[in-house]
Write a protein of this length. Sequence first.
Length: 533
Amino acid sequence: MRELQVLDVTLRDGGCVNNFNFGQLYMNKILAAQEAAEIDIIELGYIDEKNGSEKGRTKFVDEKVIAQHFLNNKKTKTQYVVMMDYGKFNVDNLGTRHQDGIDGIRLAFHKKNRFDIIAIGKKIIEKGYDLYIQPMITLSYSDDELLKLVNTVNSELTDARAFYIVDSFGEMRPNDMKRMLYLVDNNLVPQMKLGFHSHNNLQMSYSNAIEMLNFLSNRDFIIDSSVMGMGKGAGNLNTELLLEHLNMYYRKAYRIDPLLRLIDEVINQLHSEFYWGYAPEYYLSATNHCTPSYASYFYNKHMLPIDQVGELLSLIDEEKKISFDEIYAEELYRFYNASKTVDDKEVVLELKTIFENNTVLLIAPGKTVGKEVKRIKEYMKKNNVISIGLNPTLELAYDYVLTTRVDVYKKAVLSGWNIIVPSNISKGGRGNIKVVNYSNWIVVDDKTHDSSAVISLNLLKKCNVRRIILAGFDGFSIDINENYYDPYLRHPFNAEQVEEDNSFYREFISQLMREGITIEFLTPSRYKMDSNL
């Protein structure tokens, strides 16, 4: 009877969620639970010479530090492996396998490097390690390309432990699974195991795993999973669900309770801090055949509706889809928005005649506007004060509304408000709708800053406004409930994003003040140099 094994990737694929910063305590707890569950193969993390660490993270500088700082008490029935991305580790620096260290290496590579890995694979095997061959985005191979790779592996890496089908973008469906199983199983040398690694963008990880288990073959199979599906983007197949299925239908005797305790004590906390799981943007990344990093990057800007995120993903060059390039993503995002241009010279001159020599009250949608609404209303009534609501959700008698959101723009049009809108939202304007050219009012450094705050402040500077009052410019917090007055605008921010955004706006506002514009805060703000809100 064929052997079915489970390979748990929580410490490696799960590490993509938190930059592998589990900390030694959580690393030890996760490993202990995996061992107690009697999981067959445990992936401890990556080895990466440039970005690896000696301890506390599951991206290691080499295999030696794993034995020194982490893998202290190996279980005899468990195999311990790490992943090596092609080009991220010089295999010549890999030590010979010894009983206290890792047992195997999973060699991951993109299609363009599929034949370059043969020499590396041979060295890994020569040094005594079990070799697992991981062709990423396997679905991107034509049948002929995949068969040629399998045949090359058969002849050149005959002693490899396993060959994998890897659903990197979570785009495979059961029909794809069946086709690839037939193709690989019927051509791979009999002694080599066949593995499957999935991502859950289409919520198909479990279905595809069942498809594999139901596939008629005498070959030994390995199925990858992670505790609570912990992994990049939409995550992976859940280990606890897979183990229960194998116990129920395949006479396995995995222990699930240790994993449930781990979820309760560790994984739930990580999930609340670093969310993973199904989201529409990950569905869109799967249907556009690209890494989910682009989808989350564009979506987390909180500037585009979800349908435009999908449109933007469809514009990604094919060669860029396989791995995330932040510089390219920024350029594409900016190109997408800046391609919608207008000549706004006359509009700006018209706005200048309205705003010049007046005090302008900018009302952003920060949470403090709800607490200070009475004070804001009183200020709006003052002489020589012109109020501008920025993507407003609070119903006030604004003189103007400046919006960078399609939904707010549509509402403002129906309400008959005086509207200022950038050209990436609306090209046409007449009467009470003033369209300004998107590219003229944003700030570009290493990122594109195109919020309503940036556009409005740059526009008011051009209109020679010398005094600006800010309300609802709260700044950002890692507490999702503290960022906006309207709970429907809530978006999660991690600590790094909070620090980056608050620092940018603090410096941006300070620079305007250095240029002679008086800026005052009507409500508390993290953008004030002397305030933490």
